[in-house]
Ligand binder design. Structure first.
Ligand code: NDP
Ligand code: HSE
Length: 429
């Protein structure tokens, strides 16, 4: 074993960084044995140097992250600051100064992954980011390496722990939305700005990363259709239950049947209680990968939180350190297919639409006619009257999203339709 240690700079020491520090310190001997050389924390960059950080060596703390990555003796930089800047500049500076990078930053990789991979390649460095998608679950490396010989057609799953935690609490304990969000934040699941979680930005970033790796193409967060969970109501969840379903925020990336394009979307959806994703509770994540040769694979585990995420970061650290010792680099970006990303309007799925209508003869026929005129076939209708008004729940057969949107637009114009209470896609059947 080499005695000279590999030097690691840690950028950020919050929820994830503090756990990375703890594991690096307590498992130092095992890490050294697995890598073939000791790894040493050479500096830890933070914003607030005076904050009390239990178990973090005070002498390593600095507020000058730029100076740390420019030191010249750093082998690996772990970036767990988050956000676009200064993370991007720090990572590219690290490459310029000979370091490889491990990051948990999905926002940055989904916005600018291509440029970061190019910078890594230019400087003969590694860029690893297993922790950026689905916390502890090994997903990036299996897609990038284990499945590199197969053809992936679909990736579908729950990739945001915070929103799964909120929806699960609303469903199972009747907790309110804000109360559940506060709990998820206190547990360290939410992003620095939890809007990224509840509005679907975090899941969209992960979908972009997954789609790019799975389909060997380039997908950025701007290509991903995104809807969050802020509009999901207790009534939606109750309606889902009546249908034998539950509501989950799903990320769905698909290769078109002709193989000529891909789609990527994040939105709440009803899924049957019999579907394996329905039993994914709290901040757990689960992702199905469907491919030509392997068939269907399911990846499941803790999707957020300091310790689970640190597990993924440390796995990358070991891999990158091993590469350093053998003077090699791991696989870089594989985006050779360059497939276009189709708009959401072309996505075909089923819908659950809840309407408030006048309770009088002919209304049902009028509503059914609007669906027919837009080529959207109805599967089931449930009507419940209440004081001259009625609630009408329509579940459709599979239809294009654009057809559904124009159906809803036309429904809103009917005098007898008082309001569209909710529209939710139905998946997993
Ligand atoms: P935190 O907000 O808990 O920690 C961020 C850390 O970065 C803090 O230590 C902060 O310093 C430091 N920091 C912020 N700005 C600067 C700066 N300009 N220079 C130096 N240090 C800075 O975030 P998390 O640990 O939760 O998340 C970190 C990354 O990991 C993000 O990219 C996130 O998306 C990702 N991630 C998080 C998961 C989770 O469950 N939390 C799961 C998977 C990925 P200070 O402590 O002084 O405030
Ligand atoms: N905020 C993210 C989540 C952290 O809740 O899933 C893990 O990426």
């Amino acid at each position: 074993m080499r005695t000279r240690p590999l030097k690691v700079a840690l950028l950020g020491c919050g929820v994830v960084g503090s756990e990375v520090t703890r594991i690096m310190t307590t498992h130092a001997d095992d890490l050294a044995a697995r890598i073939g050389a000791p790894v040493e924390l050479a500096g830890i960059a933070v914003r607030r140097p005076d904050k009390v950080r239990e178990g973090v060596p005070a002498e390593l703390i600095t507020t000058d992250a730029t100076a740390l990555v420019k030191r010249g003796d750093i082998d690996v930089v772990i970036e767990v600051i988050g956000g676009i800047e200064p993370a991007r500049k720090l990572i590219t500076t690290a490459f310029e100064h000979g370091a490889s990078v491990v990051s948990a930053n999905k926002a940055l990789v989904a916005a600018d992954g291509a440029a970061l991979h190019a910078a890594a390649e230019e400087h003969g460095a590694d860029l690893y980011y297993e922790a950026a998608v689905a916390g502890a679950i090994p997903l990036v490396r299996p897609l990038r390496e284990s499945m590199a010989g197969d053809k992936v057609n679909r990736v579908l799953g729950i990739v945001n722990g915070t929103t799964n935690f909120i929806l699960d609490k609303m469903d199972t304990s009747g907790a309110g939305y804000s109360e559940a969000l506060d709990e998820a934040t206190a547990l360290g699941y939410a992003e620095a700005d939890p809007t990224a979680d509840v509005e679907g930005f975090d899941a969209a970033a992960k979908a972009a990363i997954l789609a790019g790796i799975a389909f060997h193409t380039r997908v950025t967060i701007d290509d991903v259709h995104r809807e969050g969970i802020t509009e999901v109501t207790a009534a939606d969840i109750a309606s889902a239950k009546r249908m034998g379903c539950t509501v989950k925020l799903l990320a769905i990336c698909e290769r078109a049947a002709d193989g000529e394009s891909v789609t990527a979307r994040v939105h709440p959806a009803m899924i049957p209680l019999t579907h394996p994703l329905a039993s994914v509770r709290e901040a757990y994540n689960a992702v199905f990968v469907e491919s030509d040769a392997a068939g269907q694979l399911m990846f499941y585990g803790p999707g957020a939180g300091g310790s689970p995420t640190a597990s993924a970061v440390l796995g990358d650290l070991v891999a990158v350190c091993r590469n350093k010792l053998s003077e090699a680099t791991g696989p870089g970006e594989s985006a050779y297919t360059q497939l276009p990303v189709s708009p959401m309007g072309e996505v075909v799925t089923r819908y659950h639409i809840s309407l408030d209508v006048a309770d009088k003869p002919g209304v049902l026929a009028q509503v059914a006619m609007v669906f027919a005129e837009h080529g959207v076939s109805i599967d089931t209708v449930r009507q419940q009257g209440k004081d001259g008004e009625a609630s009408l729940v329509v579940v459709t057969h599979r239809a294009a999203d654009a057809a559904l949107s124009s159906t809803v637009e036309a429904l809103r114009k009917l005098d007898t339709v008082r309001g569209v209470a909710s529209i939710m896609r139905v998946e997993g059947e």
